[in-house]
Design a protein around this ligand. Structure first.
Ligand code: NCD
Length: 354
């Protein structure tokens, strides 16, 4: 794997391999001798951690994974402000620059497709840490790891994925991954406005995995093995605000950009003249004690976090709540992944004629 851009790049065989490697990391981190040895492994290598969007778990677990493998971390958690992006530098140029300085780059960016843009520079391996409304492949890898650990299998499962499926990249990547395994049923729970994108649904259906769509939480939960709940992605809602209108934007560089700007301005004016009814939000999709009662005893409740209001804090005490275990599994999965990327980067650094 040269770059990790989409959940589609993982195969069930690779996930098995990753599961074993990640569990190996978990056991090594239990014993001081083993973890000290591990912390020598990639000494001298550098991971660039470039986050153009806020993050707690993804950034810190990648940074922690790198440090525990002996690599150093450079980068910024507010790359939009603290990199030359604020001066107008393109992502392509920033990537080329980092390619001369670091060995692997973890990128989170608000633009869908940004990881592909960075990877096209062919500078160093790029790991997609979340690209806008696109994908979040390492989250899906740790989600599958958690399901396999808890349920003992990744096939023959009924998996409910609920919340803001239209804008949530973790839901999109997880759905793609679940459809790689036999006899799984996917059940999407949301309002019609926030249902899963047709691009993902088409790919899932082509694998033979069945999809149900509903806004009925209780019915959906009854026979589910896994319930994966997500928050409303408020920051990604398309509501034109005065500040968003690029009236003072610099002159467009090409026609496509000019058309886009004109369209945004027109949408804004049309919306002022004829306001849309308030968007229905899946805010009533809250998991509380009553919802726990409906869930099967042996089911598990997952969430990529951050949780806002959609899972009540009292639910955390229930043994089916696995969201903080997901965070810990994420560290081991990211250690296993980075270990391989750093091995590859070290190999790429060696002169070819040797
Ligand atoms: C998610 C993300 O950034 O897409 N968080 C994460 O990485 N665990 C989910 C979210 O922000 O809702």
């Amino acid at each position: 794997m040269n770059h990790l851009l989409s959940a589609r790049q993982f195969t069930p065989e690779y996930q098995d391999h990753l599961f074993n490697q990640a569990e190996e990391m978990r056991s090594r981190l239990k014993y001081p001798d083993a973890w000290r040895l591990l912390a020598q492994k990639h000494l001298g290598m550098v991971v660039a951690s470039m986050f153009y969007e806020p993050s707690t778990r993804t950034k810190l677990s990648f940074d922690s994974a790198a440090e525990r493998l002996g690599a150093s971390v450079i980068g910024t958690e507010d790359a939009g402000t603290f990199s030359s992006a604020i001066k107008g530098e393109t992502l392509e140029d920033t990537t080329q620059t980092i390619g001369r300085i670091a060995d692997v780059m973890v990128l989170r960016h608000p633009q869908t497709g940004s990881a592909e843009i960075a990877a096209a520079q062919n500078a160093i391996p790029i790991i997609n840490g979340g690209d806008g409304k696109g994908e979040h492949p390492t989250q899906a890898a740790l989600d599958l790891h958690t399901i396999r650990k808890e349920k003992g299998r990744l096939d023959d499962l009924t998996v409910v994925i609920g919340g803001d499926l239209k804008n949530g990249r973790t839901a999109r990547s997880l759905a793609l991954r679940i459809s790689q395994y036999k006899s799984n049923k996917l059940r999407f729970v949301s309002t019609p406005d926030f249902q899963m994108g047709s691009d993902i649904k088409e790919q899932i259906l082509s694998t033979g995995t069945t999809i149900e769509e509903t806004d009925e939480m209780y019915d959906a939960f009854k026979d589910a093995d896994v319930i994966y709940w997500t928050r409303l992605q408020r920051e990604r809602l398309d509501r034109p605000k005065e500040d968003d209108i690029p009236i003072f934007a610099p002159p467009p560089r090409d026609t496509e950009e000019a058309v886009k700007i004109l369209q945004t301005k027109m949408d804004y004016v049309m919306n002022k003249l004829n306001p849309k009814p308030a968007e229905r939000q899946p805010s009533h999709f809250v998991i509380n004690q009553a919802e726990l009662q409906v869930m099967a005893e042996e089911s598990i409740l997952m969430h990529p976090l951050p949780r806002v209001d959609e899972i009540n804090k009292s639910v955390d005490r229930d043994s089916r709540a696995k969201y903080f275990d997901q965070v810990e599994n994420g560290l081991y999965v990211r250690m296993a992944l980075l270990d391989e990327f750093l091995n590859q980067a070290a190999e790429d650094r060696m002169p070819k004629e040797l």
